[in-house]
Write a protein that binds this ligand. Sequence first.
Ligand code: SF4
Length: 276
Amino acid sequence: MKITIAENSGFCYGVMRAIKMADEALRKNPIIYSLGPIIHNPQVVEDYEKKGLMVSENLNDIDAPVLIRSHGVPPETYKQIKEKKLDFIDATCPFVKEAQDYAKELYLEGYTVVIFGDKNHPEVKAHWGYTNYKAYIINSLEEAEKIKSEKIGIISQTTQSIDKFSKVVAQLSKHSKKIKVYNTICDATEKRQKSAKELAKKSDVMIVIGGKNSANTRKLYEICLNYCKNTHYIETENELKKQWFAPNDRVGITAGASTPSYIIERTFESIRGLNV
Ligand code: SF4
């Protein structure tokens, strides 16, 4: 078998930065809390819990410094942190921060704001907060069809697919005179999606690694599945199955933005060790 790892895969800039900030804070404090898991990867979260990074969703339960993860938080969370006089480490990814600023700008300029993304994702919930919870959150063309307004302002969750976003923007343009679009899909996501697509096209088997709760990994899985029917989504190398592979298969590996390199390497080695 020939095994290839996608050119752009694994930890993105924002996640790497958040992890570094957590490491630095843990050198100064025995315990810190992150508001929700630091990244969507159960293995990494477990490792960090042992180092003193606890996870809580509720500020009322926290009495130590708080780490705001790369997905960001809505404005009132900063207010609550300050009211509670807690120290905080802001690891919001700068690209997410930029999207938050655009959401706020569009809202203040009187646009009907549309956020393209998953309404249950914490990043999207935070963006929504910057529009005073007035924005429409949509994730399909059908939902876009229902929005009609003189002035529509659009941003995207950073991890969405650019193809889908473009289609939604085209649909929204049909029912509005004035459209302002901020393409807030981040470079890391686009690059990762492109490399995954190219690799899937020339692979007989694709392995996509990442937390099952990671939105960007799920997107990679969907993209790969379009080009390679034999695509499998795993969290760690322990989920690999020998029957997925055949001799002389070209195997591609890609991984979401919250997958550490050691899990990618272990997966590579495990596939090699299957002796197919
Ligand atoms: S995927 Fe992009 S926007 Fe999201 S944390 Fe990573 S670098 Fe930041």
